[in-house]
Design a protein around this ligand. Structure first.
Ligand code: URA
Length: 196
């Protein structure tokens, strides 16, 4: 079982990187960011797309937003290595512009397969782009509202075999522009702490 997961994720990563290197967003010298963390994670966090520091290192959330994220995880008693962190779009858009719908669609199969392999109990979209994508994917399209209305809400999706909770959260970068948002984020992360 362990080996199946590891092999599955390794070959998905290879496939994804190959796709990234041929994608129009790819720039020479930049690193695609596939995602990292435990393949047995109960909690999966899904950001938008890598930023400058992420594309230097190839690791998700290692710049300013990553510092905020680490603080939020700490405040909720969640160990970063026990969860899985990735993004919808795996390459940095120029000047950190918002991802385009066709870019989200192009990278979606890789995120979908990451979810299939890990089978997390809780998936947290960070920010409105991943919120929209994931809520649509999990049949919650009619529940979509502004993130200011539904951040921290738990949406449970059940099927015959399993159940997954979708908890939309503000993107941690908001706290770098507006420090007051950190308290709101901390409160929402307390909810996550219950599922660790
Ligand atoms: N913002 C994101 O959405 N993802 C990262 O990995 C870093 C910043």
């Amino acid at each position: 079982m362990n080996e199946i997961k590891e092999k599955g994720m390794d070959s998905l990563k290879k496939e994804c990187l190959k796709f990234c290197y041929s994608h129009p967003l790819y720039e020479e010298g930049a690193h695609p960011v596939f995602g990292e963390g435990s393949l047995w994670a109960k909690i999966m966090l899904v950001g938008e797309a890598p930023g400058y520091y992420e594309s230097l290192s190839g690791r998700p959330f290692c710049g300013a937003a990553g510092k905020v994220l680490d603080e939020l995880l700490d405040s909720a008693g969640i160990k970063r290595e026990k969860i899985y962190i990735t993004n919808v779009v795996k390459i940095r858009p120029p000047n950190n512009r918002d991802p385009k719908p066709e870019e989200i669609q192009a990278f979606a199969p890789y995120l979908e397969k990451q979810i299939e392999i890990i089978k997390p109990k809780v998936i947290c979209p960070l920010g409105r782009y991943s919120m929209r994508f994931l809520m649509e994917k999990f049949g919650l399209k009619d529940k979509i509202q502004a993130i200011s209305k539904i951040h921290g809400k738990v949406f449970e999706v059940k099927n015959l075999f399993n159940s997954v909770k979708i908890i939309p959260l503000y993107h941690p970068a908001v706290a770098t522009y507006n420090p007051k948002m950190k308290e709101i984020l901390k409160k929402d992360f307390q909810i996550l702490g219950k599922f660790k």
